[in-house]
Structures are given as C-alpha cells and as structure tokens.
Design a binder for this molecule. Structure first.
Ligand code: PMV
Length: 310
C-alpha cells in the first residue's frame, strides 16, 4: 500500500535549557514546515531513504539495525512496538525543516517515520507511544533531552511542558504573529546543553536562580497567551533572551538579530532552541511585521519564515 505520514517543526517560545532542570517551558508546532515520509510497497527488507539528511539511507531488519543511527533506531523501536519485524518496502523521507537550527527537525523526521511504519503495518500508533519512541531517538541527538521537542512535534499542539509531568496543552486566545529568522549557523544542541550543565556545576546557586527566573517568565507567559496579553508576552520573550545570554547559549549573530527585530518594532524577540546558532523568533503585530522583516534581513538573516500560531 502506498501511503504517507508527516510531522511538523516546532519553536520553543519560552524556557529552553532551563526546562532540562525541571522548570516549565512553552512550545508551539510549526505546521507549515514539515517532515514527510512516503511509503512504497517493494520487496523485503524495509529501507528508509532520507536524501536531505547526513546519513541518507538505512536498511532495517530484525538483527541488522544500528541503534546509534536515528532513522534505524526510530524504525526499530516502532517495529518493536507494533511487533512487525517482517515489514517490507521503501520509505522516502523529505523534510523542509532546517537541520540543527532549533526547529525540531530530528524529532519531526522520527515522528513522520514512526507514523509511516505504522501505516505500512495497517495500524496507527497512539501519539503518546510515538512520543516515547521519538524521545528515545532524541537522546541520540541531545544526550539528555527534556522531552519538549517530541511532545510538541508529535501532538502538534501548543504545550506548557514540565519534564516528567503530565502534558498540558494551552489555548492561544489571540493569534501570535511570529517571524523566525535563521542565522544560517548550524549548531549542536548537545554541546550547548553540556555547557549549561558545566556552568550549573561550577556556579550552582547562581545558575539555579537563573533557571527559576526563566520558569517564572514561562508561567507569566502562559497567562498572557491564555488571556491575549500580547504586548506583555513580547516583553517576556525579550527578558527570556537576556537570561539565555547570561547562560552563554546565545551568540553575537543571535543577539544582532534580536536587536534588529526590536529596533524594527517587534513586541519582543529571543533565540529559540539550543542556541549558539539557529533561529531567533520575534513576536510582531500586523503593523510592525514588514519593518521587522526588513530589519532582520538587513541584519544578516539567511532564511525568514512567518507563522501565525493559534
Ligand atoms: O535545539 P532544539 O530546538 O532541539 O531545542 C532544545 C531545547 C533544550 O531545552 C535546549 C534542550 C531540551 O532537551 O529541552
């Protein structure tokens, strides 16, 4: 049976890095950029081809998969869950989510692949089970992921996320007009997370205080999102960016884009995701959107995306 499945990218609005230490974070799906998996019936064995990824093809059988490869691990865990080791066919992955730029590319590819394998088996995989599988694969990318990426990407809903607690979905009452500006610099979340860990070990009291401040911002932000207090939400984003800077996960390029967005009239702006490179997100209103986009392009943005959340 020929079929397809997909999953979206994501942006973290509040709380990245601190979320690893148990404070709340907020993320939204980016439904307009997606990873898609196209399935074709062919002869055994199951082959996954992902031309946009660094390791473009893997073949999966009951014994010959490599648990250190994200595609192979996703496929193996899904087949294990479905008890479907004798699947045959070809799955081709295409993704328009930039890699290593904080937009959830790895989680989206895993989620799309897991869903595609379930379809090939003529079954569905519940979101909560798929999220667990994607979380296992995220460990390869991130080392000690909080679980926010798999949660928002698999459920494709805005989430208020606290590690190891029940997922809470949030309702956006006033649509959020967001511009995403890519520095064009790929960076490994794993390295930024490890550096924050070292900072925490060196300066536990000070760093814990910064985490708590980020958590308080995320809690305020939730109220703003649920009541439509957009101007205040923007201020909270910028405050969150300053705290991320003080954790040393921003960069000159990210700071430059944040400043440009604010000078251009954004309500608020911050880096999003692991940092060091990747994307800045700016909250705008309809009046400021064009000025902010111009300012971001002039400041060196490589790719600009625009989304309305809610
Ligand atoms: O770089 P991304 O988009 O995968 O974001 C990671 C978010 C962190 O908080 C830095 C890590 C995590 O696991 O939550």
């Amino acid at each position: 049976m020929n079929s397809q499945a997909s999953a979206p990218g994501k942006a973290i609005l509040f709380g990245e890095h601190a979320v690893v230490y148990g404070v709340p974070a907020i993320a939204i799906p980016l439904s307009s950029i997606r990873a898609r998996a196209y399935c074709k019936d062919t002869a055994h064995p199951l082959t996954v081809i992902a031309e946009d990824l660094p390791r473009p093809a893997v073949t999966i059988g009951a014994e010959n998969f490599d648990r250190s490869d994200p595609l192979a691990l996703t496929a193996a865990l899904t087949m294990e869950h479905l008890n479907a080791w004798n699947l045959a066919g070809e799955i081709r992955i295409r993704s328009d989510i930039p890699i290593a730029s904080g937009l959830g590319s790895g989680a989206a590819v895993s989620a799309a692949l897991g869903r595609a394998i379930a379809r090939m088996h003529n079954s569905d995989i519940p979101d909560c089970e798929l999220s667990k599988i994607v979380f296992e694969v995220e460990k390869l990318h991130h080392g000690t992921p909080s679980g926010i990426d798999n949660t928002v990407v698999v459920h494709e809903k805005p989430v208020y996320f606290v590690k190891d607690e029940a997922i809470e979905f949030i309702r956006i009452v006033e649509p959020l007009h967001i511009i995403l500006a890519d520095t064009g610099i790929a960076s490994l979340t794993r390295d930024a997370v490890a550096d924050v860990r070292s900072l925490y070990e060196r300066e536990p009291a000070h760093t814990a205080k910064q985490f708590d401040e980020i958590g308080a911002i995320a809690n305020d932000a939730r109220v703003c999102i649920e009541t439509g207090a957009i101007a205040r939400l923007g201020e909270l984003m910028t405050a969150n960016h300053h705290l991320l800077r003080s954790l040393y996960v921003s960069s000159a390029e990210l700071d430059k884009l944040v400043d440009a967005a604010l000078i251009g009239g954004a309500l608020g702006a911050k880096m999003s995701g692991g940092g060091r490179g990747g994307n800045v997100i700016a909250l705008v209103n309809d009046r400021s959107a064009n000025c902010v986009k111009d300012a971001l392009i002039k400041a060196g943005t490589k790719v600009l995306l625009e989304t309305i959340a809610g």
